[in-house]
Design a protein around this ligand. Structure first.
Ligand SMILES: [Zn+2]
Length: 512
C-alpha cells in the first residue's frame, strides 16, 4: 500500500511536472520576441523612407529651410497615420520654435583709451546698427546676475548709455557650451540696464580665430530679432593695459563704430506624437525617443567640400537613418503598445547646436518628471555592421536591456566610441540629461572617427546610394526592440551612483 501509494504520488508529481513544463513552454512561446512587430520591420520600407528623407529634393534639410519643413511634415503625417496623438501645446504634431537668421555687421572698431580693436583682427561684431558711440566704458565682471546665489555684477553700477566691458562666459564655468548659452542672457541683462554696447573680453582656451570665424558668418540662433540697438561684440586682449585699468575699476574713454546687422526672423519646429501605454498604471510614465531630422543644407552652408556636380549635403547617415529608426520604432510600438507611454520626438536644429532638443527640454509638452528615459539615435556614419555604438553605456542601469535588444539581430554593443570626442555631451540626449532624464544615444556601428567615417561625415557623399540597407534594417529593428524592452521594464532606469547627471535626476524625480 505504502509502496503503491508512493508510486501514485510519484505519478501525480510527474503529471504535474509535465503539465507545468508544457505550460511554461507555451508561455515562453508567447513571449518569444520574434512575433513582435519590430521583428517584421520591412527592408523596403526602411529603404524608401530613408531615400525620401535624404533625397536631393529636401536639399539637406537645413533648419528653417523648405526642405527642413517638408521633412517635418512627412514625419508628422506618418505619426498621424500610425495613430499617435498630437499633445496639448503642439499644433498638428508641430512644436514651433522661433529662430533668427543672423548676419552680423561686416565692419566695426572700438577704441578704449588709446587702444584700438579692429573687426576681423581682434574684434568681432556680433550685432549692431550703423552708428558711432562716444562715451565711457565700464567693467562689470561677467555681466552676470543670479538671483539664487545673490550674485549681481551690475550692483551699484550705472551703465546707462555706456560701453559695458565683461569677461566671456559665466562666473562658475568656462565650458564652451555654457559660454555660448550665456550670451543671450548677458546681452539681455546689459540691454535692460540701458547699456549702449556690450563687449565680452575673450578668455576661452580655444584659439580666437576659431571663435571669430564661427561667429563672423551667418548663423541661426533661437529667439526673435532684437529690437534694442545695443552694439554687441567680442574682443581679444585680456592682457592689455586698458582692460587691466577697467578691471581695476577705472572707467576709460570709448569710441565704438559699427556697421549694420542683417537679422531675420525664421521658424522651424520639432515634431512630436504620443502613444498611450497599455498598462493602466505605467502608462503615466513616458519613454522619450528622439532623433534629429535637420542637416546642414547645400553649398557653402554645408561646411564640407562641394562642387558643381553635387552641392547637396543629403545627410543620409546623419540623420535620415536615425529618423527612419524613430519612425519604424513608432510603427512597431503602435502595433503592440508597451506598458509605458511613448513620446516620439523628431528634433530640429541639432546641427546648429542641439537647439531643438534644448528647446523641448526647456518647454516640454509632457512633464519631464513623467519622462523616465530618453533613447536618442544619431550618427556620423558607420563602418561596423555587426554592432551598434552606445553612447552613455554603463550610466543608467539599462545595459542589460540594450544587450537583449541587440542580441536577436546579431549585433553587439560597441561601448562609448571615440571617447575623446565626449559624444554624450555633444548629442541631443544631453539636453535631457541636464534636466535629469537618464538617457543614451544609439549610434550606427563605429569605434573611431577614421577615414572611412570622415569620407561621409558632413560631406555631399553622405547619400542613400552608398548605404548598406541590410545593416540599416537590423539597426532599426534593434532600436525599436530595445525601446520596447525599456518601456516595458519593471525597474525604472536611473543614473548610476556618482554620474555627473545623478544629482539632476534626483532633483527631477524628487528622490532623496
Ligand atoms: Zn547628427
Amino acid at each position: 500500500m505504502i509502496y503503491q501509494n508512493h508510486s501514485r504520488r510519484l505519478m501525480k508529481k510527474l503529471l504535474l511536472f509535465a503539465f507545468l513544463f508544457v505550460t511554461l513552454m507555451s508561455l515562453r512561446a508567447q513571449q518569444s520576441p520574434a512575433g513582435l512587430p519590430e521583428f517584421a520591420i520591412d527592408r523596403s520600407q526602411v529603404e524608401s523612407q530613408l531615400r525620401y528623407l535624404a533625397s536631393d529634393e529636401l536639399k539637406g534639410r537645413r533648419t528653417g529651410s523648405e526642405g527642413n519643413n517638408i521633412a517635418a511634415k512627412y514625419i508628422a503625417d506618418r505619426l498621424q497615420e500610425l495613430g499617435y496623438t498630437s499633445p496639448e501645446g503642439a499644433d498638428q504634431y508641430f512644436q514651433k520654435i522661433p529662430f533668427v537668421a543672423k548676419r552680423p555687421p561686416k565692419t566695426g572698431s572700438l577704441k578704449l583709451g588709446d587702444l584700438t580693436f579692429t573687426q576681423g583682427k581682434d574684434l568681432i561684431m556680433l550685432d549692431g546698427v550703423e552708428k558711432t558711440l562716444e562715451t565711457i566704458a565700464v567693467f562689470a565682471g561677467y555681466g552676470w546676475v543670479d538671483e539664487t546665489s545673490g550674485r549681481d555684477d551690475y550692483k551699484g553700477l550705472n551703465v546707462e548709455g555706456k560701453v559695458v566691458i565683461v569677461l566671456s562666459g559665466k562666473p562658475e564655468s568656462s565650458d564652451p557650451s555654457d559660454v555660448f548659452n550665456a550670451m543671450g542672457t548677458k546681452r539681455k541683462l546689459a540691454a535692460e540696464r540701458g547699456a549702449a554696447a556690450l563687449v565680452e573680453v575673450y578668455t576661452l582656451s580655444y584659439p580666437w580665430q576659431f571663435f571669430s570665424r564661427y561667429f563672423g558668418r551667418e548663423r541661426i540662433e533661437p529667439g526673435e530679432v532684437n529690437q534694442d540697438e545695443m552694439l554687441y561684440a567680442w574682443i581679444q586682449g585680456a592682457d592689455k593695459k586698458a582692460i587691466a585699468d577697467l578691471r581695476a575699476g577705472h572707467p576709460v574713454q570709448a569710441e565704438f563704430t559699427s556697421g549694420a546687422s542683417n537679422n531675420q526672423n525664421m521658424a522651424s519646429q520639432n515634431v512630436i506624437g504620443v502613444l498611450e501605454g497599455s498598462d493602466p498604471e505605467l502608462k503615466e510614465e513616458y519613454m522619450l525617443l528622439t532623433a534629429h531630422y535637420d542637416h546642414v543644407g547645400t553649398g557653402k552652408q554645408g561646411g564640407g567640400a562641394y562642387g558643381p556636380r553635387d552641392s547637396i549635403f543629403n545627410g543620409a547617415r546623419d540623420n535620415a537613418m536615425g529618423v527612419v529608426a524613430l519612425l519604424t520604432a513608432a510603427e512597431a510600438l503602435a502595433k503592440d503598445p508597451p506598458k509605458r507611454s511613448v513620446i516620439i520626438l523628431a528634433v530640429t536644429a541639432e546641427e546648429i547646436g542641439l537647439l531643438g532638443s534644448q528647446y523641448y527640454a526647456d518647454h516640454p509638452l509632457i512633464p519631464l518628471e513623467k519622462t523616465i528615459f530618453n533613447i536618442n539615435t544619431d550618427g556620423a556614419g558607420f563602418n561596423i555592421t555587426d554592432g551598434v555604438a552606445l553612447i552613455g553605456w554603463n550610466r543608467t542601469g539599462t545595459d542589460k536591456w540594450v544587450e537583449m535588444g541587440l542580441n536577436p539581430f546579431g549585433l553587439e554593443v560597441i561601448p562609448e566610441p571615440a571617447r575623446e570626442q565626449n559624444l554624450f555631451d555633444r548629442s541631443d540626449n544631453v539636453s535631457f540629461a541636464r534636466k535629469g532624464v537618464p538617457c543614451l544615444t544609439f549610434s550606427p556601428g563605429f569605434r573611431e572617427f577614421d577615414r572611412e567615417l570622415m569620407q561621409y561625415y558632413h560631406q555631399v557623399t553622405d547619400e542613400a546610394d552608398s548605404m548598406d540597407f541590410d545593416y540599416v534594417l537590423k539597426f532599426c529593428r534593434a532600436f525599436a526592440y530595445t525601446s520596447r524592452l525599456i518601456a516595458d521594464s519593471d525597474i525604472r532606469p536611473m543614473w548610476v551612483k556618482g554620474d555627473k547627471y545623478e544629482a539632476a535626476g534626483k532633483m527631477l524625480y524628487q528622490q532623496k
